[in-house]
Ligand binder design. Sequence first.
Ligand code: TIU
Length: 221
Amino acid sequence: MADINAKPFAFPVQRGQIALVVIDMQRDFVEPGGFGASLGNDVSLLGSIVPTVRRLMDGFRAAGLPVFHTRECHLPDLSDCPPAKRLRGAPALRIGDEGPMGRVLIAGAPGADIIPELAPLPDEVVIDKPGKGAFYATGFGEALAARGITQLVVAGVTTEVCVQTTMREANDRGYDCILATDATESYFPSFKAATIDMITAQGGIVGWAAPTDAILEALDG
Ligand code: TIU
């Protein structure tokens, strides 16, 4: 394994300590009729990264490296959904409401499932998270520690919300994080670009960024 050619400088891959985390590639964010659409977003942009995320996942799997998946979702009784989250704004559907893909952002509802093209393998860890970050109120940190993971390649949606929040949480916990720039997407292209700039500025204040090809090349090297 070689260093990844990345911004703001080469990412030093540590063999046996690197994992991929794919954030929230759920029907509720990617397909019409889900949570993302209920917030007023055009969800069509997000579908464009699916083949690239799949290529990244397959590269990790082929290299024998762990792949983690997350889902933003809540318990059916909403006991893990703060009213401040559920009641904010004036969405067409609120979390827990019955929508075209079942109850919005509720664990077990069809909309909360990961899209079939990116389905986890049976031995891969899936983290259900009630917040935007993957570490808050989950067992993600413990799952990573149990496997000796110290470096995260981060992909998924949306770049400036759950992806960036997870990278910031990870960075504060001491992980080296690199964002796969073409395996993440936002409903707002300018927010995606700004996020990549924010992460990599100031000498990598939050982490690194590189396209999928550069990441896979390093895993092969
Ligand atoms: N609304 C939005 O851009 N994102 C989220 O609410 N969740 C995630 O990013 N997964």
